[in-house]
Write a protein that binds this ligand. Structure first.
Ligand code: MIG
Length: 733
């Protein structure tokens, strides 16, 4: 069975699947000239005589449904933040959310399941989305025999096949299906400081003060487990975080926003309101024999809300809103929502028994037994947990974190219909982008992870998750000075920029390694803050146009097949190419510059396209501005709402014609949805600057705009104008 669900998207049904979280966006529509041939439940898709998909077989293996196709000739990109190269070819991947805190090169699965990928070859590209939130595997020809396999535990499968010739269009269409990105508040694009191990409010205040004293910009303070009373969600520790609302206010007065963590599990404790309500109303996940499922996480005995239920999400959503009401925090950081379950009673009993059974005479059985316990973090409980209406955990596990985040977004939106929050989640499934952003979980202070995070951020962006980031400095392990600097230099060019680390590791705030490193880091954060107008405008325009803020080079230069092979450079917004340094001691790097001329921002050198070598000592981030673009900057501040911007700088790198759009709004309310934003076209040629009057209901203040126009031939001109509400046309001499 197959149907068109939009102009370019075909829905193919294999076997007899139950589609539980069908994309909400789709409607029936007309379509392109694609030939669909269906035979015995298999499909052959062709366009203009060219084969796009050719199924080989459908088989059943016990509870599993397997579909085999011919492997595509192109490269494969997507799947969210999985470990390994950006090109997913020749590997097999599992989709079943897991909390594995050690991200070695082949570890899989991790926290998220994003079963969407793009096939890209020299001639064309198209997208494939297998919409199934249960257990799934995909094998992109790991045997080298020219076969792609997808296997699910279940009765069948739904595939969305997105036709097109441009990667950009495919991603746009995927976002049309799964939903637009949430509007993060403007301060979410600032820098954030976090650490698991800020033991009390004095420690936090000391950190906060240090940022202001040192003049290092910072907008957000994240609060980890310590702020809670005995790991109970939506509470605070009366001793170490006493008078919590006042503490939040103190931080607000210094210009900081505050984002506490929330874990998926609920502590079992009579008298704890959330537990009592959940138990009384039967809101928790069940075991096969109908009792509440109980496991252990940080609080000890823990139960887990059944987020697949509408009433449970509504209840949980109110908890976020109530907490905001009480404390005025500015967002939430949803963790452990794969969900992570450390152990069950049965498991501990069994371990005890097995331990009792081994002794020194058992040789090899000793390490084997001990090692078998180390799987405890990864256990997914697929046979133990049951959701509403006898829905098995293995059918829906991958959507759990997304649904928790949906509860968060909807609960806040209901009570605070005009306020934006910073919402994050560790676990994800497509659609998450409507409710919040993500971070990539527990990375390490390893050089290898700088490259990996670069790949992760691009892969998440391709999958439509625009607000994404990683733990700058590395979560696990001890950071070293140069590594910290290079981590910052990457982080400053990703959507969500936060330093975070694990308890027991070396401290890694910007100043821990002394003056020299501190200054380099401060300059990096200052550079980020100077780019806020560019970043925010690009993000918000991206919501409107369904385009990510970060994109691989092949997004912009698909015609150039060299870009299909590059994972260690990317575009940040439409104008800036970033080529980060990700090796210790490296002071030069090779970059590939596609198609046009590029301005090497650190030195002002103009470069021709092709392979180039640039200098990048530790103070330098290899950044390039694309020909015929402008970058809008401002003067950095201590935090984004410190003062109204007085001046904007337009760094223009001009060949023939630069045309940009500048989006602005108040950055914190949702009134842009009703048209309260300002959108202005700015056109720059060799002989004039034209500024279009603002479209939309938001009126930015009158400001000085300073244009610095560099022509490809090397001429530089600077002109400053006062820009208010009206159209302007300024001739240039
Ligand atoms: O089991 O809350 O990924 O960011 O600091 C660890 C403590 C639980 C995992 C998160 C990390 C967070 C940590 N959490």
């Amino acid at each position: 069975m197959w149907t068109w669900v939009s102009k370019n998207t075909l829905r193919l049904v294999y076997g007899s699947p139950k589609e539980r979280f069908a994309p909400e966006g789709f409607k029936e529509g007309e379509h392109g000239d694609v030939e669909v041939i269906e035979e015995e439940g298999k499909f052959l898709l062709k366009v203009g005589g060219r084969t796009l998909q050719e199924d080989i077989s459908i088989t059943r293996d016990g509870e599993y449904f397997c579909l085999t196709m011919k492997m595509w000739r192109g490269n494969i990109f997507g799947l969210g933040d999985k470990m390994g190269p950006m090109n997913r070819k020749q590997r097999k991947y599992i989709f079943f959310n897991a909390d594995d805190p050690i991200h070695t090169p082949t570890v899989d699965p991790l926290y998220k399941s994003i079963p969407f990928f793009i096939v890209l070859d020299r001639k064309t590209s198209f997208g494939v989305f297998f919409n199934y939130p249960g257990y799934m595997e995909m094998d992109f020809d790991s045997e080298g025999k020219g076969v792609f396999k997808v296997k699910v535990r279940g009765e069948g499968l739904v595939e969305y096949f997105i036709f097109n010739s441009s990667v950009k269009e495919v991603v746009r269409e995927f976002l049309n299906l799964t939903g637009k990105n949430f509007p993060a508040p403007i301060w979410a694009f600032g820098y954030h400081q976090s650490r698991w191990g800020y033991t009390d409010r004095n420690v936090v205040m000391e950190i906060a003060r240090k940022f202001r004293e040192k003049g290092i910009p910072c907008d957000g303070i994240f609060l980890d487990l310590e702020h809670m009373d005995s790991f109970k969600n939506f509470t605070w520790d009366e001793e170490n975080f006493k008078e919590f609302p006042e503490f939040v206010k103190e931080l607000h007065d210094m210009g900081f926003k505050v984002v506490p963590i929330v874990d998926a599990g609920v502590k079992v404790e009579e008298g704890y309101e959330i537990f009592d309500e959940g138990e009384k109303n039967g809101y928790f996940l069940k075991t096969r024999d109908g009792k509440d499922f109980e496991g252990a996480v940080w609080p000890g005995r823990t139960r887990f809300p059944d987020f697949t239920r509408d009433d449970v999400r509504e209840w949980w959503g109110e908890k976020y809103a109530n907490f905001v009401k009480k404390t005025n925090v500015d967002g939430f950081w949803n963790d452990m929502n794969e969900p992570t379950i450390f152990a069950t009673q049965e498991e501990l009993d069994e371990m005890r028994e097995r331990m009792a059974g081994i002794n020194l005479d058992d040789g090899w059985m000793i390490p084997l037994t001990l090692l078998s316990f180390s799987n405890v973090f990864k256990s997914q409980r697929e046979e133990e947990i049951v959701h509403k209406d006898n829905l098995q955990h293995w059918e829906v596990r991958n959507a759990y974190g997304m649904l928790m985040t949906k509860a968060c977004w909807e609960g806040l939106k209901k009570r605070f219909p005009d306020r934006r929050f910073l919402i994050l989640s560790r676990s994800a499934y497509p659609g998450i982008q409507r409710y919040g952003g993500v971070w990539t979980g527990d990375n390490h202070s390893w050089w290898e992870h700088i490259l990996q995070e670069m790949i992760n951020i691009q892969s998440l962006s391709i999958c439509g998750i625009s607000f994404c980031g990683f733990d700058v400095g590395g979560f696990g392990g001890d950071v070293t000075p140069e590594l910290l600097v290079r981590f910052y230099q990457l982080g400053a060019f990703t959507p969500f920029f936060r330093n975070h680390s694990a308890i027991g590791t070396k401290r890694q705030e910007p100043w821990v390694f002394g003056e020299y490193y501190e200054n380099v880091i401060k300059e990096t954060i200052n550079l980020r803050y100077s780019l806020i107008p560019y970043i925010y405008s690009s993000y918000m325009l991206g919501i409107m146009k369904n385009e990510p803020l970060v994109s691989p080079l092949f997004f912009e230069f698909q015609d150039d097949p060299v870009t299909h092979t590059i994972e260690d450079e990317y575009m940040f917004g439409p104008s800036i190419l970033v080529a980060p340094i990700y090796r210790f001691g490296q002071e030069k790097r090779v970059v590939y510059l596609p198609k046009v001329r590029w301005l090497y921002i650190p030195t002002g050198e103009i470069m021709e396209p092709g392979w180039r070598v640039v200098d990048a000592p530790l103070e330098v981030i290899p950044l390039f501005q694309r020909e015929d673009t402008a970058v809008v900057r401002t003067d950095p501040q201590n935090f984004i709402f410190e003062e109204d911007l007085k001046r904007l700088y337009f760094d223009v790198f001009l060949n023939e014609r630069v045309e940009i759009e500048l989006y602005e709004d108040d950055g914190e309310s949702l009134s842009f949805e009703k048209g309260d934003f300002s959108l202005r076209k700015v056109l720059i040629t060799k002989d004039k600057i034209e500024v279009e009057s603002s479209r939309g209901g938001y009126k930015p203040p009158v400001r000085e705009w300073v244009f610095k126009i560099l022509e490809v031939e090397g001429r530089v001109r600077e002109i400053s104008i006062l820009v208010g509400e009206r159209d302007l046309k300024i001739p240039l001499r």
